[in-house]
Design a protein around this ligand. Structure first.
Ligand code: SF4
Length: 238
């Protein structure tokens, strides 16, 4: 679908201070049948599922299962599916974890985390996005220095040249607002948050926070990697 960058820019300005529910309602209506929500079952992703369920429960939700998720993450997926009566669509890498180890060696995540993320996260996501014109995720500006300028709507170009509108309804929400929402609405969340984890990805690349560390310091700790690549591989539409 071709999108008018000026139109998206106008809507972005109109919605920039809007509550997340209003941003979701706009996006679900504008991209009806061609929009989906991605989640990795982090706190904000679970809050997003709850909110989206109230705005329009027909919008599909998908999850990229890298094969390295914590047991607790898979359990919260099950609890979410039961609570909301939904079936989350799962996209998996082309190689299983043992197949990847046979082809590229054990613990690729230690030697080449970018390569591991490319195979286990980015490629399955690309497949998920092929059928979409809009993609909703739960990123916030206050998650990391790489996200401080996150807009509510952003237009990017898919590898096949099609436009894609990224929708970020929680862009201006804080971590505290997410947790206030989660607890007020009794939304299931990953119990690892109660054990010192603040951002939860694959188990080999995630550790609990130490006192005073920023939210994503427990991801790829000891390396200079800060993003898995799923939010950086698509170029902005010029
Ligand atoms: S987060 Fe770690 S284990 Fe997961 S895909 Fe990336 S490098 Fe591999």
């Amino acid at each position: 679908m071709l999108m008018n960058p000026q139109d998206i820019s106008n809507e972005e300005r109109r919605l920039t201070e809007a509550p997340p529910e209003e941003i979701l309602a706009f996006a679900f209506e504008r991209f009806r049948g061609r929009i989906a929500i991605s989640t990795a079952f982090g706190a904000e992703g679970c809050a997003l599922i709850d909110m989206a369920h109230m705005v329009d429960s027909s919008v599909p939700i998908f999850y990229v299962d890298t094969g390295f998720a914590f047991r607790e993450t898979n359990e919260v997926k099950q609890r979410i599916e039961e609570k909301y009566g939904i079936a989350v669509q799962v996209f998996r890498p082309q190689l299983t974890v043992p197949q990847q180890a046979a082809a590229h060696g054990e613990r690729l995540y230690e030697r080449d985390p970018d390569g591991c993320c490319a195979m286990r996260k980015v490629e399955p996501l690309q497949r998920a996005l092929r059928a979409l014109d809009a993609w909703v995720s739960a990123r916030r500006r206050d998650m990391a220095s790489t996200r401080v300028a996150l807009p509510v709507l952003e237009l990017v170009v898919q590898p096949d040249g099609r436009d894609l509108c990224k929708v970020n309804p929680f862009a201006r929400w804080t971590r505290k607002e997410v947790w206030t929402y989660l607890l007020a609405h009794d939304v299931p969340y990953n119990p690892l948050y109660d054990q010192g984890y603040a951002s939860i990805g694959c188990w080999p690349c995630t550790r609990p926070l130490r006192a005073g560390e920023p939210e994503r310091a427990g991801r790829w700790s000891g390396t200079n990697k800060v993003e898995c690549g799923i939010h950086t591989f698509l170029a902005a539409k010029k």
